[in-house]
Ligand binder design. Structure first.
Ligand code: INI
Length: 172
């Protein structure tokens, strides 16, 4: 058996993206923003299809992502931040709150990417922000494009007549 495989296309054309980024550790989050914008641009996003919203710290990412999602203007949101365990006694609270962007996705239906670097040390964080081990902002941007396309494809199936009948032949 060879089931049909659906995979979001890597084309940003025709989509709108919001980047929500933390100012905390801004010497690193600025690299994540650059990476995300570069990633979107490389997949065909136009300048006016990308907007960046700044928040004080990663703790604020979910609430602002939710506000943006509720506005209904964007097809995907990319949340960016850097939380370093060595730098804060409340690492777990900040990182845990930041990860709630996943719940925002589920609650609003707008995909939110988790582009937050959670690192044990400053060195580790630096390496994940485009110095050695890639750039988490760039990666999150590519994921945003893929998921926005996949959502659109899945959404478009709802409009096709007969989809429900095919999936639930016993339902009349
Ligand atoms: N915010 C971060 O994004 N990264 C951190 O490492 C960090 N530390 O170290 O505390 C941090 N704190 C700020 C926090 O996100 C909130 O902005 C603040 O608590 C106000 O709600």
């Amino acid at each position: 058996m060879k089931p049909k495989i659906h995979r979001g296309r890597l084309s940003a054309e025709g989509f709108r993206f919001a980047v929500v980024a933390s100012r905390w550790n801004d010497f690193l989050t600025s690299k994540l923003i650059d990476g995300a914008v570069e990633g979107l641009e490389s997949l065909g996003a136009s300048e006016d299809s990308v907007e960046v919203f700044m928040v004080p710290g990663s703790f604020e990412l979910p609430s602002v992502a939710q506000k943006i999602a509720e506005g209904g203007e964007f097809d995907a949101i990319i949340a960016l931040g850097v939380v370093i365990r060595g730098e804060t006694a409340h690492f777990d609270y900040v990182a845990g709150e930041a990860a709630k962007v996943g719940q925002v996705s589920l609650d609003t239906g707008v995909p939110v990417m988790f582009g937050v670097v959670t690192a044990e040390t400053l060195e580790q964080a630096i390496n994940r922000c485009g110095v050695k081990a890639g750039n988490k902002g760039y990666e999150a941007a590519l994921s945003a494009v893929e998921i926005a396309n996949l959502y659109r494809e899945i959404e478009s199936r709802k409009q096709e007549p007969g989809v429900k009948e095919k999936a639930f032949p016993h339902v009349v």
